[in-house]
Write a protein that binds this ligand. Sequence first.
Ligand SMILES: Cc1cc2nc3c(=O)[nH]c(=O)nc-3n(C[C@H](O)[C@H](O)[C@H](O)COP(=O)(O)O)c2cc1C
Length: 213
Amino acid sequence: MLDRILELRKEYRKEKLDEQHISDNPIQQFRFWFDEALKAELIEPNAMMLATVNEHKRPSMRIVLLRDILEDGIVFYTNYLSRKGNEIDLNPYGSATFFWPELERQIRMEGVLRKIDEQVSDSYFAKRPRGSQIGAWSSPQSKPIHSRNELEDNELHYTTLFEGKEVTRPPHWGGYVLVPDYMEFWQGRENRLHDRICYSLSEGSWLQSRIAP
Ligand SMILES: Cc1cc2nc3c(=O)[nH]c(=O)nc-3n(C[C@H](O)[C@H](O)[C@H](O)COP(=O)(O)O)c2cc1C
């Protein structure tokens, strides 16, 4: 198997990224690239790796789904009492990474995580399929459970509870916005000489720079 791993080697030749063709605003640039990811019909282009850090400075990561792009950040939804929720309570800094292999692109964002307005979470929750709404009530995310049965019993319980009624949003479930003060766009290039354009927020303005791959 080790040989097979060593054989895994890909050259990146699809595109380039240069200062003349990139927006001054990284969120705008993110929109451009996200739009291209949609047009390329990638599988789950909105999946991003989200890192948080606990009170002992230990990072943890997991995939979440991007659900909105705001003027100043990106939104995902989760359980506020989950491991990530607890970590964000203790340390509101996080980072997210998107990897789109078909486009040979990576995007990194770093900044502060804050809960979005409850009304916005309500309206997003109301649009979710009923099964996912019941699922949000049924899963004590990141907590130990005895067996799969416990989840399925919870699901049955909440299905009965909400029968014939609208499923309201659990108070412990909602959105976060990651408001970046650093973003980086990576475009794979030949011979590992990739393009990396970074943006740092300084006194309300985005400063752009290129860093070595
Ligand atoms: C493709 C994919 C999409 C996911 N989307 C979400 C999501 O949007 N929100 C969420 O809470 N968990 C999502 N998950 C599950 C998380 O990766 C993770 O298991 C869960 O949030 C618990 O993480 P935590 O214990 O670190 O809080 C997704 C997982 C995958 C693989």
